[in-house]
Design a protein around this ligand. Structure first.
Ligand SMILES: [Mg+2]
Length: 284
């Protein structure tokens, strides 16, 4: 799996310290069993006027985590399970452990510059460590699995069913932008594969900007280009910690998309909660 991280200024960590981040944080969230609390949509209102609208990409506009999980399972089942003669779930546990170990090192000098360019080195290292812990040290196999997993994930990647309709409805009414964490190569390619790159006036990718959400510089990078007061910019994302908190941190408005009824981290917050992007059209 591509490892995606942004350092956290709010926790006063250095750029090279291991820390949670929007993408890897989201990945780790999917490794847990989410509790469904059946929360209603938030009744927070947007303050008018809104003069620009932006979106997170993975699991906001497109289905990413479920696809990544499915692609990984398929690849592990095909290449690893028969070699180690262990159940897929056991192999998956080894993967998770390897993934967490890479996550802890991702902002080290060794990995972060590579990671900003493309996800292949950290993805391959994750599989290498997984194979090693399964007593199957095989560099060539790690390389092969990494490439095939990335290719399969790309092949399976798709937009949420309402995303295109909503983007087209907003386009022309507002400048549109996307802010996505992750490597330059993978995130740019995702936008192209999904066929939505041309729908945005501004695209901010962690790998291209050099820093990711929730840190201010990537939001400010967009704001400078928009030339719109911060309180008139709306950002929509599925990560409370990185999308919502990040946007609020620079004085923007935010909406949280919570398609899976995850527990609300701040139930008293006035930030609107959406269960699909169509609800955004009713609020603008
Ligand atoms: Mg996301």
């Amino acid at each position: 799996m591509a490892a995606r991280v942004a350092p956290s200024q709010s926790t006063q960590r250095t750029r090279h310290a291991p820390e949670p981040n929007s993408h890897l944080g989201s990945v780790l969230d999917t490794l847990r069993e989410p509790e469904s609390l059946g929360l209603p949509s938030g009744d927070g209102k947007l303050k008018q006027p809104v003069r620009a609208v932006g979106f997170d990409l993975d699991d906001t506009l497109c289905v990413y985590m479920p696809v990544a999980h499915q692609a990984r399972q398929q690849i592990l089942k095909q290449y690893v399970v028969p070699r180690v003669n262990l159940p897929l779930e056991t192999v998956e546990q080894h993967y998770r452990t390897a993934f967490k170990s890479i996550l802890e090192e991702l902002h080290d000098e060794r990995w972060y510059p590579l990671y900003l360019r493309e996800g292949h080195p950290t993805r391959t290292e994750t599989f290498r460590r997984m194979l090693h812990s399964l007593n199957l040290p095989d560099e060539a196999l790690a390389e092969q699995i990494s490439r095939e997993y990335a290719a399969l994930r790309e092949q399976m990647l798709h937009l949420h069913e309402e995303a295109l309709e909503v983007l087209h409805a907003l386009r022309g009414r507002y400048p549109l932008f996307v802010i996505t964490n992750g490597p330059a190569y993978e995130q740019r390619r995702e936008l192209q594969t999904l066929g939505i790159e041309d729908l945005f006036d501004i695209i901010a990718i962690e790998g291209e900007v050099g820093i990711g959400k929730p840190h201010k510089p990537i939001f400010e990078f967009v704001q400078r280009q928009l030339g719109v007061p911060p309180e008139q910019i709306l950002f929509v994302g599925n990560s409370w910690e990185h999308d919502v908190r990040g946007a609020l941190g620079v004085g923007w408005q935010a909406a949280w998309i919570n398609r899976d009824n995850l527990p609300h981290p701040h139930p008293d917050s006035p930030v609107p909660v959406l269960t699909n992007l169509r609800q955004l059209l009713e609020r603008l």
